[in-house]
Design a protein around this ligand. Structure first.
Ligand SMILES: [Zn+2]
Length: 274
């Protein structure tokens, strides 16, 4: 076990206290970590921030590495990533809905290094990624956490019309066939080399997409998604308010000038695979 307060020179902070709540930069602290696990964390963070358009961050907040409890945390071989802070940008994992491309870009690279990655959609992981190396890096159709990731990138990065439920089925496998063909990757996804290629290209594509500013239509989609999570007694009134905004003559005329086009996606894919 080793004691650290930074990784690759990036300070590690803790932000789960009354004075330093979740979502803030928190305070730098010491963390105990298994030495061979630390090497994997260093490699993963290097690859992520070498590729990320925002570059190397100023602070990473973690809910913990070694935690005195059963499981991987008890061995110092798991890491909970709460948020990443750059000079002018922040990725708080709880804000998945608003930063899908950046979030999924980072997760794609995390998955190249950690066999277990639990994300926003995995029960109890909305506010952090849990990563550990207790299983090998590969894709199993029976893995709920891996299938959630796959469905999320098919939907939000590759614009496939797909249900995100964590279960592999004909819709997901159809999406994989179409997207792998577009990317020039061999199937099946369960072959490790194919899966790694997919993670790598998807990370790069997601990062390029995250660099483009969101259109007003995407912002409205995000708002709609947030409303669906509001308790039902409030949801109906909020949805009605949004609908009257969208139906108003002036706002609907204004919104018609924006279109959902996937030309951006195609040019980004071509720039990454060529
Ligand atoms: Zn954890």
């Amino acid at each position: 076990m080793k004691t650290i307060n930074k990784i690759n020179g990036i300070p590690l902070h803790y932000a789960r206290l009354t004075n330093h709540p979740y979502g803030t930069r928190g305070m730098q602290r010491n963390f105990s970590v298994d030495e061979s696990f630390l090497i994997i964390l260093q490699k993963a963070f290097k690859e992520i921030f070498d590729n990320c358009p925002l570059g190397k961050p100023e602070v990473i907040t973690t809910a913990g590495i070694f935690v005195d409890k059963p499981g991987q945390h008890g061995h110092g071989t798991a890491f909970d990533l709460d948020a990443i802070f750059w000079g002018n940008d922040t990725l708080i994992t709880l804000n998945f809905v608003h930063q899908k491309e950046l979030y999924l870009g980072i997760e794609s690279f995390l998955r190249k290094h950690f066999g277990i990655v639990l994300n926003y959609f995995y029960p109890n992981h909305q506010d952090h990624w849990h990563v550990d190396t207790s299983v090998a890096v590969d894709y199993n159709t029976s893995s709920k956490s891996e299938t959630l990731y796959l469905q999320l990138v098919l939907k939000h990065i590759y614009e496939e019309n797909i249900l995100v439920d964590g279960f592999w089925g004909p819709q997901t496998s159809g999406g994989v066939s179409r997207v792998f063909a577009k990317l020039g990757i061999n199937t099946p996804i369960t072959t490790k080399v194919n899966y790694l290629k997919f993670l790598d290209l998807t990370g790069k594509i997601a990062f390029k997409l995250s660099d483009k500013s969101a259109t007003p239509l995407q912002l409205i989609d995000n708002l709609t998604e947030v409303i669906e999570d509001v308790p039902v007694q409030n949801r109906i009134a909020i949805r009605a308010a949004l609908n009257s905004f969208l139906d108003h003559n002036d706002t609907s005329t204004w919104l018609q000038q924006f279109t959902h086009d996937n030309q951006d996606l195609e040019s980004v894919i071509n720039s990454v695979i060529s």
